[in-house]
Design a protein around this ligand. Structure first.
Ligand code: ATP
Ligand code: MG
Length: 467
């Protein structure tokens, strides 16, 4: 990587270099940006380290570039602006010491070395100078380039110290491993297990943010397994941790639900970048441990795990501070994840298919994506058969949809009209009549069109009005 060539080719770095000369301070590009340049990954954000006053530097630079909106975080000694769709972050060099009971660092001005030392991982300690006399020079204090080449996450200091100072770094270690598909050094695993409980002093939002980044990575199972085997999962997501393990009774054992789940999440991640659909895959079997029963002659059963799983979500969403507007979607996917299998038989009626389409509604495609990902058999013949089953169900769905135009289903005769024809004011009765029309359509008694619905209304209205 020719850093000199790269940073010379972009005008803003030359401007920054000139400003550094004017203000007589050292400026470096640091951290993730340098790491990702070496890895040839695209970035939308660059961090600068200023030995001196970072906020003042950012202000002067913003003036030069005619940038009006500069965000300043005095407490953290950082400043930030967006310029041509790129995020620029500025921070003054500092050393930190942490109070045991608080996650808030005590920030003090420090030297370049002190700042680099308190960074989380060797791969994030790289810095490239922008000062004229050393423009483009890489400073690699902790052999970070080697760790990038060897694809390994290590801490610059003893990981016990690094994690003890800021336990969020445990999550970050596993997040980077998952995002970059790197290994974590064994010392990190040991330290993570030893200090997992300290994550309790970190705000839930930051933990969840890292967790969702793991779930957004190309192969989330990498991060999930690191969390699980280090027992950090017990602290950050105990319900997922409980999925692990196998019980054997007589000749029956069930599959390890955690490992199955990991595979479902990896499978679905090949077909969607939507983190909430991936999350649905993670939690689709969440109630299996709670519903597990051994039935003599049958083996292990998990009756009702889809319903109980859906009901567990509200509590989990609240605890993990997840966006509540996603709750219903996740509940629905869990609740319905076994339905398509039940619709495979040829003697399933049109009305059963219709009900399924109406219930799944706009999430039908996501549900089927989940069901397909849920196939984890190692036998290719079985996989082909199961996939074909879903194809058959979806073909019937399409048939019924085309016949009925059921998407966004509602009675073709609307409430207003029901009220005027039946001479009703807004009341429960209007809703009951409307439901009766919808029910007749779902049952296939009448077609999903205005004329038949209207005739049906005339036919049933007296019965409703007289009761
Ligand atoms: P990305 O932006 O892709 O999440 P990044 O490496 O840029 O990755 P940031 O969270 O933006 O990560 O942080 C920028 C740099 O600040 C990191 O590369 C790292 O050197 C340092 N850093 C961030 N958070 C911590 C932390 N909790 N402890 C120590 N150093 C940190
Ligand atoms: Mg960054």
């Amino acid at each position: 990587m020719d850093f000199n060539k790269y940073f010379s080719s972009k005008k803003i770095y030359t401007i920054i270099s000139e400003l550094a000369a004017e203000l007589e301070c050292e400026v470096y590009v640091v951290g993730g940006f340098v790491r990702d340049l070496i890895l040839e990954k695209d970035k939308k954000e660059v961090d600068f380290l200023i030995v001196g006053d970072g906020i003042n530097f950012a202000q002067k630079l913003a003036d030069k570039l005619n940038i009006k909106t500069l965000s300043v975080y005095k407490n953290f000694g950082t400043a930030h602006f967006n310029y041509n769709n790129f995020d620029y972050e500025f921070v003054g060099a500092r050393k930190e010491s942490y109070k045991k009971e608080s996650r808030n660092p005590e920030v003090e001005a420090g030297s370049f070395q002190e700042d680099i030392e308190r960074r989380d991982f060797t791969i994030n300690t790289l810095a490239v100078s922008l000062n004229a006399n050393s423009f483009g020079k890489l400073i690699d204090t902790f052999d970070g380039v080697n760790d990038i080449i060897n694809k390994v996450i290590k801490t610059p200091l003893d990981p016990i110290i690094t994690f003890n100072d800021d336990p969020l770094r445990i999550m970050r270690a596993f997040r980077f491993a998952s995002q970059l598909e790197f290994e974590v050094d064994n010392s990190i695993l040991l330290a993570a297990e030893q200090l997992a409980e300290r994550l309790k002093i970190i705000s839930q939002e930051r933990i969840t943010d890292e967790f969702l980044k793991i779930l957004s990575s190309p192969r989330p199972s990498i991060g999930l397994k690191l969390l699980y085997y280090s027992k950090v999962m017990d602290v950050v997501f105990p319900e997922v941790a409980s999925l692990g393990g196998v019980e054997q009774r007589q000749d029956h054992h069930h599959k390890d639900v955690f490992l199955h789940t990991c595979q479902v999440v990896d499978n679905i991640s090949q077909n969607t970048d939507d983190v909430w659909l991936r999350f649905a895959a993670l939690v689709h079997d969440i109630a299996k441990p709670a519903t597990k029963k051994f039935v003599e002659g049958t083996g292990w059963t998990f009756h009702g795990h889809e319903e109980l799983g859906a009901r567990m979500m509200k509590h989990i969403f609240n605890r993990m501070r997840m966006p509540l507007n996603k709750l219903e979607y996740i509940e629905k996917l869990i609740r319905l994840h076994l339905r398509p299998i039940a619709l495979v038989d040829d003697d399933v009626t049109d009305s059963a298919i219709r009900r399924f389409v109406v219930t799944a509604d706009e999430d039908l495609n996501d549900l089927i994506t989940l069901c397909r990902a849920d196939i984890t058999s190692k036998n290719p013949n079985k996989v082909a058969k199961y996939l074909d089953n879903y194809n058959r169900v979806m073909n019937r769905v399409i048939e019924v949809q085309e016949k009925d135009k059921l998407r966004a289903f509602q009675s073709p005769v609307k409430g207003d009209e029901i009220m005027s024809i039946c001479n009703l004011t807004p009341s429960k009765k209007v809703g009951e009549i409307k439901s009766a029309i919808e029910e007749a359509i779902l049952e296939g008694e009448i077609g999903n069109n205005y004329e038949e619905a209207y005739q049906y209304l005339l036919k049933i209205k007296d019965k409703f009005l007289n009761t």
